[in-house]
Design a protein around this ligand. Structure first.
Ligand code: SF4
Length: 905
């Protein structure tokens, strides 16, 4: 859905850029690391976003988030001009000239007074590779500081560390095609059904069409687990114990590939010795992991007897104080069996963000230099010569959590945050927010005018282009570089991030930043990757270093390495050795004894796990604008096991206060058997912009893996208690309202309106006064019932409802009220319908499961009761699940739970 300003800009651009409307632009989805190809075009109804049938990641399919991209393009809330904070705290528009000059001068001044390590840049996996490249070149090559890190540190740094230790380089050995041809897929710490939906659908297709088996290892029973042949609900932090046990089993049963071990690896015997110390037999593995011996045995036997095995892993492995060891424990089993870099056989890290991989390629992490080179003397010298850079930094910089700690301690005095929201996403986020307020100079480049980070005292805002406006490349989880192309005009004065960094670099007096286009930046990046490479480094895209602007424009998805002289990129690594260690051999890395960074205690007896949900992305800046995506799980919530809920007095659908040593939130309680006893789960998406008291990062312990620096986001000791308010209900409004302190609220995007779920202690009179203040008219209808404490008030602007509040025990169904509120002209009987929440034209289908066709849970449940026993049958009856397929696991799960309830299972 486009607002008027966006529509005008699009029409202008369609005429000027393509000469006609209706032409599709080939680009890439901006959300997860699957990196799906997208075709974007416009028709009379606005943006039309469909999957690109020719893109090898998705072959035309998109998940619910990708399918709803067209609803997220409006310019409401966009940062369109550079802005500066005045002494009264307000933001005022300034020129680009002033903004760039001020950034350059403040950075120069702070560097000259305190040295280069007094400045830092914090980047994002949402940025394009070209943006990352220029930021890294400026900081590490010219300013001379490696204090460049990225929110990808929170996502996959443990995989980087694990791969470097084992392979000598941060190399992903396999590819997506392996998921199509494997006979066994093991998913570890991955809710792929929600977080990498298109890859999960590829796995499920392999299961259906080829009979592949799926084993899911996770601490909680997710939608992914519902699709598994075997689900291992493992104790937190014990993945390395399970894979150490597997390594011993493989050795004992002669399932190892002795020739591969002998020719291509080192350290096998030591790894076996240390695995035995950790977990000498299946019984010990069972005791450590909390799994049933039979299940452990079945997993070991299936892994040992299946040649084509892919072990795919994600945040459940990475976001841990022992994340690097977990990654190596998995890799060890693949090295021992030689099942690496072969069709259908490999370890495969699933990256969270669209360009976490691109950031790794250019040195977006504080512990790498550029183009997968480290801080060894030869690499430093090579990069210095290639960049003609005077002050290439010679040591690693501070990783994300340490960087913000240095800000808190006053060691870092200037910070540039680009396209990310650390005040919401970092662990111990309140401390990070307080630290940012202390900065001498704090600049943010972003698309949005307001977020928790900007509101943490940013001095200067630089408007950056958003998805659909910017142009460059991203790399997905299988090393495939794809183009993101612009199909919208650049609004206001927004600029590409690479160009903002280049302009500041030039004003700081540095040469080497005269880039004219993203293509220019890409050519230099490709050139550096190939510079004095001679096959010694994994990352080499020398074949792309001479692309013309037209070639770059047409560039089709290609995997790296793509060395000069080769016709195409390489699908896999290491099937026949060729590791990037000094002796060319892979290393078995002995995992340490698992231990948790934190301990539960009487005040904090539970463990808080955090993660993503199906239809939202990160801090909801984009997905939060889509009414469709807001329907699946509209409120911040906490999942809790029924026994824990009973023990702590928490009720299903009641509100609960979740607290840790670091902070607290108020969340809707979902009591579910899917959550193991002793553990609670809460999503990461809500911020102070979208809810009061639901910024989950504020609760997470700031403990990190000592090798990767990745924070442990899955196991913070926590407490939970019911949180009572006098009344609950909702408010529908045509424009955002500002609640006074005290209300609990969460915002939901609606078509042409804003919805708030609320919980409140305010009286009727206080509410009526508040609504009068927020309304522009006196035309009002009201209903009150003392007994049920119901208060329903609608205020109208002509026939159009402007505000509608419903509170009390008999608050009407949210969905039905939305449908009535959406009407523009309400006559007398319809006004009453708004107050009563009843209309013949509306029904309450319950929470939406299939967002593509708007099918609610109640409808699906009714269809199951009437005999629809498969997802296909549901699809035929209701169309649910027949488009993007993101809801299929949920529908499958509903079918299974009805069969369980009916005693069939
Ligand atoms: Fe986007 Fe969904 Fe594809 Fe991820 S799986 S890239 S979110 S369409």
């Amino acid at each position: 859905m486009l607002d008027d300003m966006t529509k005008t800009l699009v029409e202008e651009s369609q005429t000027s850029a393509t000469g006609s409307t209706g032409m599709a632009t080939r680009t890439t989805c901006p959300y997860c690391g699957v990196g799906c190809g997208v075709l974007a075009s416009f028709d009379d109804n606005g943006a039309r976003i469909v999957g690109d049938p020719d893109h090898p990641a998705n072959f035309g399919r998109l998940c619910s988030k990708g399918s709803a991209l067209g609803e997220t393009l409006e310019l409401k809330g966009r940062l369109l001009y550079p802005m500066e904070r005045r002494s009264d705290g307000a933001l005022a528009r300034i020129s680009w000239d002033r903004a760039l000059e001020r950034t350059a001068q403040r950075f120069k001044q702070i560097i000259s007074e305190h040295g280069p390590d007094a400045v830092a840049v914090y980047l994002s996996g949402q940025l394009l590779t070209e943006d990352y490249y220029v930021a890294n070149k400026l900081m590490k090559g010219f300013i001379g500081s490696a204090n460049v890190d990225t929110n990808s540190r929170l996502c996959m740094a443990s995989t980087v560390a694990g791969q470097k230790r084992a392979f000598g380089a941060d190399t992903v050995p396999g590819c997506y095609e392996d998921l199509d041809v494997a006979d066994l897929v093991v998913l570890v710490g991955s809710n792929a059904a929600w977080c990498h939906p298109i890859l999960f659908q590829r796995i499920m297709r392999n299961k259906e069409e080829r009979g592949a088996r799926l084993i899911v290892i996770d601490t909680r029973r997710t939608a992914t687990a519902e699709g598994a042949d075997l689900f291992l609900q493992i104790a937190p932090g014990m993945d390395q114990a399970l894979f150490a046990g597997l390594l011993i089993y493989l050795a004992r049963t002669a399932a190892v590939d002795a020739a591969y071990i002998d020719r291509f690896t080192s350290g096998f015997d030591a790894a076996i010795r240390s695995a035995k110390e950790l977990t000498p037999n299946i019984a010990a593995t069972t005791a450590l992991t909390g799994l049933r011996e039979a299940d452990v045995g079945r997993f070991f036997e299936l892994f040992a007897s299946t040649e084509r095995v892919v072990t795919a892993f994600s945040q459940g492995v990475n976001q841990s104080a022992q994340g690097s060891d977990k990654v190596n424990a998995i890799i060890n089993c693949h090295l021992a069996t030689g099942r690496i870099g072969k069709p259908g056989a490999s370890p495969l890290s699933l990256t969270g963000q669209p360009n976490a991989m691109g950031g790794r390629e250019v040195g977006g992490l504080a512990n790498s230099l550029a183009a997968h080179m480290g801080f060894d003397p030869a690499s430093i010298d090579r990069v210095r010569r290639f960049w003609s850079a005077p002050s290439v930094v010679e040591h690693e910089g501070l990783k994300a959590v340490a960087m913000f700690e240095a800000i808190a301690q006053g060691k870092i005095k200037a910070l540039w945050v680009v396209g990310t929201n650390p005040a919401a996403s970092l662990p111990d986020a309140d401390r990070a927010r307080a630290a940012m307020r202390k900065l001498d100079f704090f600049v943010v480049s972003d698309n949005t005018r307001s977020n928790d980070t900007i509101n943490s005292g940013a001095h200067l805002l630089l408007p950056a282009q958003a998805w659909g406006e910017k142009s460059g490349t991203v790399t997905n989880s299988e090393r495939r570089i794809s183009r993101q192309r612009a199909f919208l005009p650049s609004p206001g004065e927004a600029r590409p991030d690479w160009s903002i960094f280049s302009a500041v670099a030039r004003r700081m007096g540095y040469a080497g930043f005269d880039f004219r286009s993203a293509a220019d930046v890409f050519r230099e990046h490709a050139g550096l990757s190939a510079f004095e490479n001679d096959d010694a480094r994994d990352f080499d895209i020398g074949a792309l270093a001479q692309l013309t602007d037209a070639d770059y424009e047409e560039l089709s998805p290609t995997q790296w390495p793509h060395r000069a002289g080769e016709a195409k990129g390489r699908l896999r690594f290491f099937g026949d050795g060729g590791f990037f260690t000094p002796d060319g051999r892979a290393r078995f890395v002995s995992p340490k004894t698992p231990s948790m960074a934190t301990q539960v205690s009487k005040p904090f007896p539970l463990r808080l796990n955090t993660g993503r949900i199906r239809d939202q992305w990160h801090t909801m800046t984009r997905t939060g604008a889509s009414p469709r995506l807001g329907r699946h799980l509209p409120e911040p919530f906490v999942d809790i096991n029924p026994a824990d809920a009973a023990e702590f007095g928490v009720t299903h659908q009641g509100l609960a206060r979740v607290s840790t040593r670091w902070g607290e939130c108020v969340l809707r309680a979902h009591v579910t058997e899917a959550q193991p006893r002793g553990h609670i789960f809460a999503p990461i998406h809500w911020t102070d912009e979208t809810a009061r008291q639901a910024r989950i990062g504020a609760l997470v312990a700031p403990y990190v893996d000592p090798i990767s620096g990745q924070p442990e986001a899955k196991a913070t000791p926590a407490a939970i208690a019911p949180q009572a308010y006098a009344r609950e209900g909702f408010l529908l409004a045509r424009k955002p309202v500002a609640f006074p302190r005290g209300e609990w609220w969460t915002r939901v995007a609606l078509a042409g309106a804003v919805g708030y779920r609320i919980a409140s202690d305010r009286t009727d009179q206080e509410w009526l006064a508040f609504l009068a203040e927020e309304s522009s008219t006196d035309d009002m209808v009201e209903f009150r019932d003392e007994q049920t404490r119901a208060l329903r008030v609608a205020r109208f602007d002509g026939d159009r409802p402007e505000l509608f509040l419903s509170l009390g025990q008999t608050a009407q169904p949210w969905d039905a009220s939305l449908a009535i509120f959406a009407e523009n002209g309400l006559a007398g009987s319809q006004r009453r319908a708004l107050l009563s929440g009843r209309s013949e034209a509306t029904s309450d289908d319950g929470p939406e499961v299939c967002v593509c066709f708007g099918v609610g849970a109640k409808k699906i449940q009714a269809a199951i009761q009437e005999g629809c026993g498969t997802t296909n049958a549901i699809g035929e009856r209701l169309r649910a699940g027949t488009n993007c397929g993101s809801c299929l696991t949920e529908i499958r799960s509903m079918i299974l739970s009805q069969r369980r309830a009916g005693g069939e299972l």
